[in-house]
Design a protein around this ligand. Structure first.
Ligand SMILES: C[S@@+](CC[C@H](N)C(=O)[O-])C[C@H]1O[C@@H](n2cnc3c(N)ncnc32)[C@H](O)[C@@H]1O
Length: 394
């Protein structure tokens, strides 16, 4: 029976349908090796099984040819582990063995439908490359020899973390899960500023992920727009352009992904509003300078005793501003996440709110009721985003 399992591993690997294989449930509970995660990769056009040995204190990765890898998997299941979970685009197969080497195999519907990206490991480690990178040089992050400047390591880390976040949101989006080719994806980056993140995103999506995208940066300051357009041209980024204008007045026929990073105060709301009204599939914002709600906080209840402390009032205002934004996104059919996208060591402006469109339904009365009771508890008259959306039927 166990051979059926290994035949499937071989079949899925050779057909590029193997997403991952997890070997777990160690036989010796004291063993330092916790589990082994195996993925299919393509190295110089040759398919390999990449084994990540997950130890208590370290991870070791080794690549093997498919046949050699299968023998190693057989040995691991004989001597080190009881279980193996095989995920393919076709089915999920679970192998469970016991001390007497009795084996059960259970097959279920596939957990993942997206075709695996075989060069995933390379992308994961390095999403953009510094060598001969014109925009990183022009923006002063790397020197002419391609080395990251001493005081720019944090910025570079922030850029990479941002790309990692976007990649994982994209992987959850229908573009990737449907397995259909991504064509003509329009991304609008509101308040693009000096363009660090905009350039890196374009580079990553087009050059590392080979996606057909167009990115438009909207920026109020003309000098930044001009500078960014010159760098985009110099970099040969044909589908990246920057336009002078305000977020609120910007006009687009279609926005597939709306981004606004560190757009101050209510500019983030203007951006979210554009995303919602354009039915964007993804809305990604990293808010900052949340002043609008702070001015309104007017407590007559027991929280007043806490919010008399300025810093706590400021933090509470941030929490309420972004929390209500997240709830409004939910009310408009978005699956919403709020998380720290880079540690506070690197930047204090580190909360990200993201929304992935999951429903066209705007059945939101329950959520709107929750928002209303929060507002009334804190004595808040209105949230700016709510006001913008008031004219829409929900
Ligand atoms: C703090 S910077 C952030 C730049 C970039 N998004 C980043 O995270 O690195 C904010 C930028 O947004 C621009 N901005 C702020 N409000 C805006 C508005 N309402 N319309 C257009 N641009 C705006 C500012 O000029 C500034 O360049």
């Amino acid at each position: 029976m166990i051979n059926v399992f290994f035949d499937k591993v071989e079949f899925f690997a050779n057909n590029k349908e193997l997403i991952k294989l997890i070997i777990s449930n160690k036989r010796d509970k004291k063993s330092d090796l916790k589990k082994v995660i195996i993925k299919l990769i393509e190295l110089k056009t040759e398919l390999k099984l990449s084994f990540a040995y997950n130890h208590n204190t370290k991870d070791i990765t080794k690549n093997f040819g498919i046949n050699e890898g299968i023998i190693l998997i057989q040995n691991l299941l004989k001597t080190d582990f009881f279980n193996a979970d095989l995920f393919s685009t076709n089915e999920t197969v679970q192998l469970i063995s016991n001390k007497n080497n009795k084996v059960k195999i259970k097959t279920t519907e596939p957990t993942f439908k997206a075709i695996p990206k075989l060069n995933h490991d390379r992308i994961k480690k390095q999403r953009i490359f510094t060598q001969n990178n014109i925009y990183l040089q022009e923006l002063g992050i790397i020197s002419q020899n391609g080395k990251i400047k001493k005081d720019k390591h944090d910025k570079f880390r922030q850029i990479n973390k941002y790309l990692e976040t976007i990649e994982s949101l994209l992987q959850e989006s229908y573009w990737f899960t449907s397995g259909k080719p991504v064509t003509n994806l329009r991304i609008v980056d509101m308040g693009s500023g000096k363009g660090y993140l905009t350039f890196a995103l374009y580079d990553f999506l087009t050059n590392s992920l080979n996606l057909d995208v167009e990115i438009i940066g909207v920026e109020f300051r003309q000098e930044l727009v001009d500078k960014c357009n010159v760098i985009a041209k110099k970099s040969g980024f044909k589908n990246l352009k920057f336009e002078q204008g305000t977020i609120e007045k910007s006009e687009f026929k279609r926005i597939d992904i709306l981004i606004a990073l560190h757009a101050c105060d209510t500019a983030t709301d203007d951006a979210i509003y554009k995303g919602i009204t354009h039915n964007s599939e993804l809305i990604i914002v990293a808010p900052c300078c949340q002043k609008q709600i702070r001015k309104q906080l007017n407590l007559t209840n027991e929280m007043a005793a806490i919010l008399k402390f300025g810093i706590l009032k400021e933090r509470q205002a941030e929490l309420l501003t972004d929390g209500i934004r997240a709830l409004i996104l939910e009310a408009y059919g978005y699956k919403t996440k709020v998380f720290e996208f880079i540690s506070t060591e690197h930047t204090p402006k580190n909360v990200m709110v993201t929304g992935t469109k999951i429903s066209q339904k705007k059945n939101n009365s329950e959520i709107l009721e929750k928002i209303n009771s929060i507002k009334s508890f804190y004595g808040i008259e209105y949230h700016y985003l709510e006001k913008l959306l008031n004219n829409l039927s929900v």
